[in-house]
Design a protein around this ligand. Structure first.
Ligand code: KG4
Ligand code: ZN
Length: 342
């Protein structure tokens, strides 16, 4: 009970999250999502997300404090996602954090959303061995990172050059007539399908691509290949085998993600791989990464699915790490930065 009590606020996309942690212990994780409001648009609409955050931030804050059985006065520091993300959405969280910090005279820490996705794993599996490789795969980002220290030493190794992995899941789901966000539906459909039934392309894995884009991803070619294949079936008046398409598509994504993440581990001589972000909830990705990693003596750490998607706990977890590492708080003119680098 000596460790500081940290509150984290997340509003970078469509989830309003407030988490409270003490050290590596999660005390509360309150969430309000605007995902249903975006469903009919097939993607997150920034203006809709900002408005939803405005409406949800105070009630979500209250819920988190109540769930943890504490008051704002008990909190030692407030961490908030200051980027990257949707500008207007980020602004709501940053403004709220500053307001609460000013009112209650608490230090505020602006944190990077990607680093927070990695930090959340410490709530489940304890301190992260250093160095580690982290792979973040969500609707907004697909990145490989080298993590020497969560506070100051997170280095990007590669990222998607077009669609994010989750975006590809969502677009292919739409093509197959599945609801938004499509990742979980593809995951479910794929269980009844044959992953080897259709050979879909593996982006940026050809020898020439491995030189300039060793740790980068590309999913738009795969998405187009799936679209062509499905159109071909429809034009021929044949039924689309949804489960097989889902399984073959998912296999291609997981194959590339796992392959590049493990290559990064091996080439850097690192034996810990952390996978986070919404797509880390994918059952095939979790199984494939675990199986392949075993061959190289690499340990895969993946937070439970509920902590993989955006939430306030991940921000609080990173905040706790920064406070413990003696990092100085942000200034109160901390800006929201939609393209915040690591
Ligand atoms: O991390 P997240 O909640 O929000 C972003 O920061 O984007 O990730 C959302 C993404 C969506 O694209 C969703 O389809 C995908 O994660 N996702 C999945 C699964 N669950 C969520 N993708 C594949 N398989 C899943 N089981
Ligand atoms: Zn995220």
């Amino acid at each position: 009970a000596d460790e500081p009590l940290i509150l984290g606020i997340e509003t970078s996309c469509d989830e309003t999250g407030v988490g409270i942690v003490r050290g590596h212990t999660l005390l509360a994780d309150a969430l309000a999502s605007s995902v249903d409001e975006h469903a009919r648009f097939g993607g997150v609409v920034p203006e809709v997300a900002s408005r939803a955050h405005l409406e949800a931030i105070v009630p979500t804050m209250d819920r988190a404090l109540r769930a943890a059985g504490v008051t704002l006065a008990d909190i030692d520091a407030i961490a908030v996602t200051s980027g990257p993300g949707l500008a207007g959405a980020l602004l709501v969280g940053v403004a709220a954090a500053k307001g609460y910090a000013l009112a209650a005279e608490k230090p505020v820490y602006g944190v990077n959303h990607l680093a927070a996705h990695v930090a959340v794993d410490t709530l489940e599996h304890g301190p992260l061995p250093a160095p580690a490789i982290a792979m973040l795969v969500s609707g907004g980002h697909s990145s490989l990172l080298r993590v020497d220290d969560l506070a100051r030493g997170v280095t990007p190794l590669g990222a998607t050059i077009d669609d994010a992995a989750g975006e590809a899941f969502d677009k292919v789901a739409r093509l197959l007539g599945l609801p938004f966000p499509g990742g979980p539906y593809i995951d479910r459909e794929a269980r009844a399908g044959d992953p080897a039934s259709i050979a879909f392309p593996r982006g940026l894995t050809a020898a020439k691509d491995l030189v300039a884009h060793r740790y980068d991803f590309s999913f738009s070619g795969l998405k187009t290949a799936v679209a062509r294949w499905v159109e071909g079936r429809r034009r021929a008046g044949e039924p689309v085998p949804v489960a097989d398409v889902a399984a073959a598509f998912q296999e291609a994504v997981c194959d590339v993600l796992t392959g590049k993440a493990l290559a990064a581990c091996r080439e850097h001589g690192i034996d810990t791989l952390v996978i986070g972000g919404g797509v880390a909830a994918n059952s095939r990705l979790r199984a494939m990464a675990g199986q392949r990693a075993q061959r190289y003596g690499i340990r895969v750490r993946t937070p439970r699915p509920g902590l993989c998607t955006d939430n306030g706990a991940m921000v609080a977890a990173l905040g706790a790490h920064l406070v413990a590492a003696g990092v100085r708080p942000s200034r109160l003119d901390l800006p929201a930065d939609s393209a915040l680098p690591l």
